[in-house]
Design a protein around this ligand. Structure first.
Ligand code: IMP
Length: 200
């Protein structure tokens, strides 16, 4: 097998790492920052997905050699004026508590007819503290009346992608890896790497 170039993900979210590994197949050896325990936590103080992805990509690539990819992502719900957006991971009041986030979303959406929403993903690729490229992906859908399914993570039990009648959590990892916001952005990244012969 050819040597796999190393790609370091600027995330501690094991779900993101797993999904990105699944989408990229064996093209790269994918590690995340949990393999580098001395790295500091990067504060996500931005107000857009791009700002936060930049903070993570540059913050990690200043401290580590090699190619670094940061994912910042979240859910935008039209009836909530685009919330939770960049604050998706702490919407329920506690950072990374997916159950509380989903409870708040269900509560906010109770009785609402307009249920359109989308997941967005912004990826920033960096090396030696310099930004090299940005990739984005979106998946449109709607918010379910009640949660369903065990796959995925975060808001997946409440998100029904357009063209489907089940939630992302019901559809499972294989379908999610073909249509998710992260899959769209990661495929754009992989195509650019191929075209520019970027990472080897
Ligand atoms: P980040 O780590 O700041 O990018 O926060 C991402 C947050 O957005 C997660 O904690 C989830 O709440 C939500 N999110 C992002 N991607 C997904 C996904 O693929 N499925 C469900 N929720 C997601």
């Amino acid at each position: 097998m050819p040597i796999q170039p190393l790609l370091i993900l600027a995330t501690r979210n094991a779900h993101k790492t797993e999904e990105i590994r699944h989408i990229l197949g064996d093209r790269f050896e994918v590690l995340d920052v949990t393999s580098f325990p001395d790295l500091p936590e990067i504060e996500e103080t931005g107000t857009t997905f791009l700002e936060n992805a930049r903070l993570k990509a540059l913050g990690i690539s200043r401290r580590i050699k090699g190619w670094v990819l940061a994912d910042d992502s979240g859910l935008e719900v039209d009836a909530l004026g685009g919330a939770p957006g960049v604050w998706s991971s702490s919407y329920g009041g506690e950072e990374g508590n997916h159950m509380k986030n989903n409870e708040r979303l269900m509560w906010e959406m109770a009785g609402k007819e307009e249920r359109s929403a989308r997941f967005r993903c912004t990826l920033v690729l960096a090396k030696d503290g310099e930004e090299k490229a940005v990739f984005t992906g979106t998946v449109e859908g709607r918010i379910a009346e009640s949660p369903s399914g065990n796959g995925g993570f975060g808001y997946d039990p409440l998100f029904i992608p357009t063209g489907h009648s089940s939630t992302m959590a019901d559809l499972g990892a294989t379908v999610k890896s073909t249509l998710s916001h992260r899959a769209v952005a990661i495929r754009a990244f992989a195509a650019e790497v191929e075209k520019m012969d970027l990472i080897h």
